[in-house]
Design a protein around this ligand. Sequence first.
Ligand code: FMN
Length: 194
Amino acid sequence: MNPVKLVAFAGSTRSGSFNKQLVQIAAAAAREAGAEVTCVDLRDLALPLFDQDLEAASGLPENAKKFKALLRESDGFLISSPEYNSSVTAVLKNALDWVSRAESDEEPSLAAFRGKAAALFSASPGGLGGLRGLVHLRSILGNIGMLVLPDQIAISTAHEAFDESGQLKDPRKAAQVADLARSLVVFLAKHKVA
Ligand SMILES: Cc1cc2nc3c(=O)[nH]c(=O)nc-3n(C[C@H](O)[C@H](O)[C@H](O)COP(=O)(O)O)c2cc1C
């Protein structure tokens, strides 16, 4: 059986992003559980704002194609995203929008998403930990064909939650994050055909 393949990314491009730290913690736990995890920093993709005229003129940007290919080859995603004004961040939605586009008539619809599963995390200095954004993200991913694990982790007061090495100070929260990442690997391993 091939290992479960995951792509891990955060819905923030900020240097020192709490969500980048959180998704790294989840990725490490998924690797320990046997998954192959590729981490992507959306900043590195530098995707332009989605514009259908741009798409008509030049197709998908090279980095959107690469990201889509990576997602297509994967079994699922680990996503940690802050909420901006109580919803998903523009950078995350923009990446999902580019990747949702087919490059030919033969390409199956929503090929990067359908039949895959995701585990969701968030972190915010606020009291809700970005939870409201996850409600919207869950809905978006479900509508584009993904199965999203019912559990999710929102880390509140994120500015106090991580130590200098990017680990969660609270061992209980760290265990919850690792458990959710492991659950995704176990779920996908059970449902993997080959
Ligand atoms: C435009 C904008 C809107 C924000 N809205 C919210 C919000 O609705 N809820 C919240 O908890 N934090 C909000 N924040 C604060 C972010 O949670 C905070 O900047 C966080 O550190 C971003 O995540 P990151 O550390 O992964 O970059 C907002 C920040 C920005 C820049």
